[in-house]
Write a protein that binds this ligand. Sequence first.
Ligand SMILES: [Ca+2]
Length: 226
Amino acid sequence: MKKIVSIFLIFISFKSLALSRISVSDMAKKNHVALDYSVVKNILFSTIDNLNGIVCSVYTPSQCQERYYKDPSQINNKNNENFKLNVEHTWPQSKGAKELPANSDMHHLFVTSKESNSKRANLPFCNAIYDYWQMDGSIHGFDEYSQDCFEPQDNHKGNVARAMLYFSIRYNYPIDNEQELLFREWHSFDPVDNRELERNEIIKSLQGNSNPFITHPEFVSLIQDF
Ligand SMILES: [Ca+2]
């Protein structure tokens, strides 16, 4: 009898975990309308990642440029800086973010400097133990397994984790165990702050959906396997 009860309980708990994964996935997809990538790029520079007319690179926050504020039609492409900004697909285009709606999904897009963007390329994320290049705390180097990888600066680690976990569940791409462990660690290390909540709300007002791991950080531990 005891055995039957525990099998039943295992079944129930497995079912509720499975249900929570599906329901979080449905939540992430709900009301999402894909916008054109060129429109999204303008919105990122003029509104989402523009704080009072200044846009900074999330990987290298000391690299900032003045941009037109809240008017996507008038991007002020300043060419007098010795660095340039562009848009980073946190989930690389080459690994599943090439087509719409994933390509223009702002929940995993951020403004970065061209240089840090190209250093990250499509590398996995890590806590680096050696650096070939580093700036403002972001590192292109290798990890304890001698694997080439990229480490974002501390204040962006949680944002990267939640963007990657969102992408996995929204588009149904698995994340390997090593990366998943890292993202769970970064999710706790750099928790959601007001700026991230506000960014999520602006994105929701523009493309319709929300990142459930930002509005409900506790969902990360409810999902057993990404
Ligand atoms: Ca953060």
